[in-house]
Design a protein around this ligand. Structure first.
Ligand code: GDP
Ligand code: MG
Length: 430
């Protein structure tokens, strides 16, 4: 996700990091480069302008914090303003009503039907009892597609294929009796750019969903703004941005919230029913900036039923080499490995084979340490390093690298715990 954007932004900050201090000219140059990168990533020009204006104002106005280098501070400001541009706070579904009704609308092919299934599974995992409803009076195949999906994931299904505005209320009344607490309505899309099917307005008035989500495909970039605008008159509550797994640019994610004045609530990251994630602007900014995404990782690991320890680590800030190994192990088992590892700092998008080799090496190194060394890595001096390298069939350099990776992960965890970045004392980050 966002590979090209992240790569290029990392390069900009890498260059700035090389400097001991930043002059005004350095900052200007940095911002110019960021501007080019964002425009090339297909971010809407007005969004780019607003983002950079806010960053510039703060970069010039705010007092330097001693524990952060100027480049880190600029990065921190960019991170925070980027998160704000994407809506600031994560938004949850309202899910009010008995049953609560979530309606999915959007242009054809955006991913509504797929998202309906994902959302049903997501809500069921969180203790809800969902019903999938197909409301498409035109295409019988549409109802079939959703029904097949519902069967596959074991979710109740109903079809309103004649006059949805009349049928859906009846289906909901029955659902209430069946103790269904959330109904997810899949609707037909129109060809991209055309206004929504006329019956949708009537359906909305009859059903009054607590959540009306606009489903848009990230791969169309900022064109998604125009596609989405056609649906605004319906009265929407949020966006589901799909196909982020294939989006190297990030233009839609950065542009949509401010251009449509709607929060992104979920993102689709693949075709499988489990490939749906809640959207968190701060975390997304971290990802875009290549800062890793440990809190997202923790959530993924919990869902995969592994690494219960990760949360404890985040809470208590204790992080030994044993924890580090447990975390690496859990990450590896949770697979698809590359996808997960790419969120850990120090693991920028490696090749799958390389990851496996690297993991084995790291494991061997940690296992060659004594228990005491694993718990108190600071006692590992030169002679211990030589012993560990020998015992694990690696080199002292590799032992050093592992210790550095560990330190980096630890710093980041501490930073997360205190709402700061890389352990620095930034007042900008929350
Ligand atoms: P609809 O016309 O809006 O109902 O769109 P569909 O749900 O039928 O999806 C259209 C295509 O996009 C299907 O082939 C889906 O598998 C695919 N799709 C939907 N969401 C995602 C996603 O998050 N990632 C990827 N890679 N494909 C997706
Ligand atoms: Mg569909």
């Amino acid at each position: 996700m966002f590979e090209s954007l992240t790569d290029r932004l990392s390069q900009v900050f890498q260059r700035l990091r090389g400097k001991g201090f930043l002059t005004q000219a350095d900052v200007d140059q940095g911002l110019r480069e960021i501007r080019e990168v964002l425009l090339a990533a297909d971010v809407h020009h007005a969004v780019v302008a607003e983002l950079l204006a806010r960053v510039r104002e703060r970069a010039v106005g705010e007092k330097l914090v001693e524990s952060l280098s100027p480049a880190q501070q600029l990065l921190a400001i960019v991170r925070q303003e980027m998160a704000k541009i994407m809506g600031g706070e994560a938004q949850k579904l309202k899910l009010s009503g008995k049953p609560a009704v979530v309606m999915l609308v959007g242009p054809a092919g955006g991913g509504k039907t797929t998202t309906a299934g994902k959302l049903a599974q997501y809500l069921r995992k969180r203790g809800r009892k969902p019903l999938l409803v197909s409301a498409d009076p035109e295409r019988p195949a549409a109802a079939e597609q959703l029904q097949t999906l519902a069967q596959k994931i074991g979710i109740a299904f109903a079809s309103a294929d004649q006059e949805p505005p009349k049928q859906v209320p009846k289906i909901l009344a029955q659902a209430k009796k069946d103790l269904i607490d959330v109904a997810i309505l899949d609707t037909p899309g129109t060809p991209p750019g055309l206004p929504p099917p006329p019956f949708l307005g009537e359906l909305l008035r009859e059903v009054k969903p607590s959540d009306v989500l606009l489903v848009l495909d990230a791969l169309v970039g900022q064109e998604a703004i125009r596609l989405g605008q056609a649906f605004l008159p319906l009265g929407l509550s949020g966006i589901v941005l799909t196909k982020l797994d294939g989006d190297a640019r990030g233009g839609a994610a950065l542009s949509l919230p401010s251009r449509l004045r709607l929060p992104i609530v979920f993102v689709g990251v693949g075709e499988r029913p489990e490939d749906l994630e809640p959207f968190d602007p701060g975390r997304m900014a971290d990802r875009i900036l290549g800062l890793g995404d440990l809190s997202g990782l923790v959530e993924k690991l919990q869902e995969a039923g592994v690494a219960a320890k990760a949360e404890k680590i985040l809470k208590e800030g204790e992080f030994t080499l044993e924890d580090f190994l447990a975390q690496l192990e859990a990450v590896r088992r949770a697979g698809p490995l590359g996808q997960l590892l790419s969120r850990l700092p120090g693991f920028a998008r490696p090749e799958e084979d390389e990851v496996e080799k690297e993991f084995k090496r790291m494991k061997a190194i940690i296992q060659s340490m004594t228990v005491e060394e694993r718990r108190n890595p600071h006692i590992i001096g030169a002679s211990r390093k030589r012993r560990i390298a020998k015992g694990s069939g690696t080199t002292v350099q590799e032992v050093n690298r592992l210790l550095a990776e560990y330190e980096q992960a630890k710093k980041l965890l501490k930073g997360l715990k205190h709402g700061k970045i890389q352990g620095g004392k930034s007042p900008f980050l929350r």
